[in-house]
Design a protein around this ligand. Structure first.
Ligand SMILES: [Zn+2]
Length: 203
């Protein structure tokens, strides 16, 4: 997810590079303004990275109270993981989208590549690609129809507004996933095109 122009402490995307060549990709899901409403946490999707390794989803509590976030990275032992922080603060439809978005950073090899400059064109492209994979998986694997898409788009808008993203960031992000949802083929084919372009396609 893109980050608005205020400090990493409150928006934390991306947190930064954990170690040489290892990206740390974080997505803010949103924050519960009244810290009152909570939601059930959805089961994570199947996720395998570009090297065929299984990606584990780890629920971490509420280190940052009221802020739900996802983070794709390798853990201290080198295992690919998605860390889900405070997911109960965000609606299930949005948890599902962000799980698949973070998984896509593993599927496309982003996590194992040097992190491009924050909010530069390459970074924004990586975020658009992960968003696209996420919405294609919801469409093809979870049966999201137009009504399902609208729920994702509306949750995305609402969470981004809460965090303070400008309208142009919100509408361009929604327009990207809408294009993917309407026009793109299967997520696997899309991922393979990306991997091919990056020279990461496994033989
Ligand atoms: Zn991302």
């Amino acid at each position: 997810m893109l980050r608005p122009a205020h400090p990493c402490r409150t928006t934390l995307l991306p947190l930064g590079v954990l170690s040489a060549g290892m990206a740390c990709l974080v997505t803010i899901l949103g924050r519960d303004a009244n810290a009152s409403q909570t939601y059930d946490v959805v089961p994570p999707p199947v996720c395998t990275n570009h090297k065929g390794e299984d990606v584990s989803f780890i629920d971490s509590g509420s280190a940052r109270s009221g802020i739900a976030a996802g983070m794709a990275r390798r853990d201290a032992g080198g295992k690919p993981v998605v860390v889900r922080s405070n997911y109960s603060a965000a609606p299930p439809v949005f948890q599902s989208f962000i799980d698949r978005h973070e998984c896509a950073h593993h599927q496309t090899g982003d996590v194992d590549r040097p992190h491009p400059p924050r909010n530069g064109p390459e970074h924004l492209m990586n975020e658009s690609i992960s968003d696209c994979v996420a919405i294609l998986r919801l469409r093809d694997e979870d049966g999201y129809d137009k009504a399902g898409f609208d729920q994702v788009a509306s949750a995305l808008r609402s969470e981004m507004e809460k965090i303070g993203f400008p309208e142009i960031s919100i509408s361009s992000r929604i327009s990207n996933i809408e294009n993917c949802f309407r026009k793109m083929g299967a997520p696997r084919e899309f991922i393979e095109r990306i991997l091919h372009r990056r020279g990461l396609l496994q033989p």
